[in-house]
Design a protein around this ligand. Structure first.
Ligand SMILES: Nc1[nH]c(=O)nc2c1ncn2[C@H]1C[C@H](O)[C@@H](COP(=O)(O)OP(=O)(O)OP(=O)(O)O)O1
Length: 185
């Protein structure tokens, strides 16, 4: 009896440690700058997602908040200062064979200072919202962009095999309402 209790406890601990490995997360930011009928995207010149158009963002560094990271990355990647950011949602990405989940915090802003400028990481360009180059973007983007353009808030999960194939996905729309009131400094 006692022996089986110990065995049960060991099994539980083993499952917990397994779970702890599975939920190891890398926290990143992604910012979409908009103006009437257009969105600013950047051509990623190096690193993760190279060769694809995307919003601006990257890893949250030690000691900074997610908002601070989002603003810093926008500045570093295309020289724009975000005066406010609107929280839109969270995108979680899992890659088959990789225990680390990418947790991407998505923001929009219309309220920026400066001129979009090419840097060593990104080449910025304005796109009409009916001409977004989804064929040269992460494959998940075409699934969640419509929610952003409608002003919805959502959270989403994508399971990738490699970088081109989505095996599973789930998008939960939190609110259909415009989130004009939720801007953060
Ligand atoms: N499937 C996906 N769809 C998407 O639209 N954006 C994604 C994405 N997966 C990651 N991103 C975004 C999040 C973030 O803004 C960017 C990756 O950031 P970085 O290239 O800066 O990350 P790294 O881990 O390479 O950071 P650094 O080593 O600091 O450059 O790509």
């Amino acid at each position: 009896m006692i022996k089986s209790d110990i065995l049960n406890q060991l099994q539980t601990l083993w499952k917990l440690s397994d779970w702890a490995v599975m939920v190891s997360r890398k926290v990143l930011t992604l910012v979409l700058v908009t103006r009437p009928n257009q969105v600013l995207l950047g051509m990623k010149k190096r690193g993760f997602g190279e060769g694809w158009w995307n919003g601006f963002g990257g890893k949250v560094e030690k000691g900074e908040t997610i908002i601070e990271a989002a603003k810093r990355e926008l500045q570093e990647e295309c020289c724009l200062t975000a005066n406010t950011l609107t929280e839109v949602g969270q995108l979680d990405f899992e890659f088959v064979g990789d225990p680390q989940i990418l947790e991407v915090h998505l923001f929009t802003t219309k309220d920026v200072s400066g001129v979009p400028t090419e840097t060593s990481e990104m080449k910025p360009q304005w796109f009409d919202i009916d001409k977004i180059p989804f064929h040269k973007m992460w494959p998940d983007d075409k699934l969640w962009f419509p929610h952003v353009l409608k002003g919805s808030k959502f959270s989403a999960f994508f399971l990738f095999e490699g970088h081109h194939k989505i095996l599973k996905h789930k998008i939960d729309v939190v609110t259909e309402q415009s989130h004009i009131d939720s801007e953060v400094k």
